[in-house]
Design a protein around this ligand. Structure first.
Ligand SMILES: *Cc1c(COP(=O)(O)O)cnc(C)c1O
Length: 420
């Protein structure tokens, strides 16, 4: 870590990987297989981070490995259109019918940034509405009261983002229907887009309250604003059709990332064809990328999505998630500590709190010190849990009941050890 810190800020290439908020030093990983990670000292960890979401099949799924290997022999970048890009767009449309057309990019950040530009270009309006604790990547306009690493490190916005850049970004509490109604009543006709995580994962998991997403759909439609669902985390993770299939909301635009790349760097944004045709070269709104649609990344993504072609994987992930939730709840009950567990399918966060966690305020009000202690205990016992209260844990299809039980047993010991 000392060697890393000398040449990489904080020793990491993304702040969420730092152990700053929980104390200690992150393990350095040497390799991974299935549901497990192995560090340089040959310690094994059940991986509950899964690269922050992409690895829904676990590490090194044979179909993904084979797809990358096969593509590697054909060429690594073409600088022209390729058939697999078309197949990936068709596959996404099949799974997620609202995505009639798609543009591939290289990260979730690029996807949200480009979707916002498209929405502003189309509507001719500047304002965007986001929700506190939702994270939409690190593009300037979206770095206001963000979740994920900003929440972990208590950075409200970021130095380097000019005030003017976020002046058009309106922020409201997640799940606050009254506040959304009031804002639209006053400024609705100036709002280009509402961008939202349909299930928030970047303040820890926070599901939408009944009526929240339908209200966003109704108000954006009435005021000529676009609804952008940021499904970078939830897309292909909660269901084949994403959170929009579960909650039955049809957005204008959807942002994708993580699972769509099968572990390689891919992002995408897409939606109604009439909107997407406004992008260059068919329209005036500019967006581009040298390595966008990288054949290796597209091959990995296609292979991953191919494994998710029906709802069976999600039934299995739900069963594993329920087992984890029950196990953790049982521990909380037997030890007698106030605990909230928020879970949707294979996304789960535990909060040490008396109060229900419904937005960023209630997430931040949980016992962060106890979280840090329990996190240390989990790491010591071979469970790689996200090193922040404001991240979701994940399960993959490589996890089995035994792996889940290992996590629960480690959690029981870690909680015991953390209590005075
Ligand atoms: C991870 C994430 C992003 C950013 O994706 P990157 O690939 O890290 O740029 C955007 N939105 C949501 C909801 C995310 O979870």
């Amino acid at each position: 870590m000392e060697r890393a810190e000398a040449v990489l800020p904080g020793g990491v290439n993304s702040p969420v990987r730092s152990f700053r908020s929980v104390g200690g030093s992150p393990p350095f990983f040497a390799r991974a297989q299935g549901a497990f990670l192995f560090d340089l000292d040959h310690n094994r960890y059940v991986d509950m981070v899964l690269a922050y979401g992409p690895l829904i099949l676990g590490h090194l799924h044979p179909s993904v490995v084979e797809a990358i290997r096969t593509q590697l022999e054909q060429g690594e970048a073409m600088g022209g259109p390729t058939l697999p890009e078309v197949e990936l767009a068709e596959r996404v449309h099949e799974y997620m019918p609202s995505v009639e057309m798609l543009r591939l990019v290289n990260s979730g950040t690029e996807a949200t940034m480009s979707a916002i530009r498209l929405a502003r270009g189309i509507t001719g309006r500047s304002l965007i509405l986001k929700f506190a604790g939702c994270y939409h990547g690190h593009a300037d306009a979206l770095l206001a009261e963000s979740g994920s690493g900003l929440a972990t490190l208590a950075i409200p916005g970021s130095p380097g983002v000019p005030a003017g850049t976020v002046a058009d970004t309106l922020v409201l509490p997640y799940n606050d229907q009254g506040a959304v109604r009031d804002l639209f009543a006053q400024r609705g006709d100036g709002i280009a887009a509402v961008i939202v995580e349909p299930v928030a994962g970047n303040m820890g998991v926070v599901p939408p309250r009944p009526g929240f997403l339908p209200l966003l759909r109704e108000l954006t439609e009435r005021h000529g604003s676009l609804l952008i669902l940021d499904e970078v985390m939830t897309g292909f993770r909660l269901a084949r059709g994403g959170a929009q299939a579960i909650y039955q909301v049809v957005p204008d635009l959807t942002c994708l990332g993580k699972v769509i790349g099968g572990g390689l760097p891919v992002g995408a944004f897409g939606g109604r064809a009439d909107l997407m045709r406004q992008l260059a070269p068919t329209g005036p709104i500019y967006q581009a990328g040298t390595l966008s649609g990288s054949p290796l990344a597209v091959a990995a993504g296609l292979a991953a999505l191919g494994q998710l072609s029906d709802e069976r994987p999600y039934t299995r992930l739900e069963a594993l998630g329920a087992r984890l939730e029950q196990g953790l709840r049982q521990v909380g009950k037997s030890v007698g500590i106030p605990m909230q567990i928020n879970r949707v399918g294979s996304m789960l966060t535990f909060f040490f709190s008396q109060e229900e966690v419904v937005d960023y305020g209630s997430a931040a009000g949980s016992d962060l010190g106890l979280f840090a202690s329990v996190h240390r205990g989990l790491i010591e016992r071979g469970v790689f849990w996200p090193p922040s209260q404001f991240e979701s844990s994940f399960l993959s299809l490589a996890h089995d009941e035994a792996a889940v039980d290992l996590v629960v047993a480690a959690f029981a010991e870690a909680v015991q050890a953390a209590l005075p």
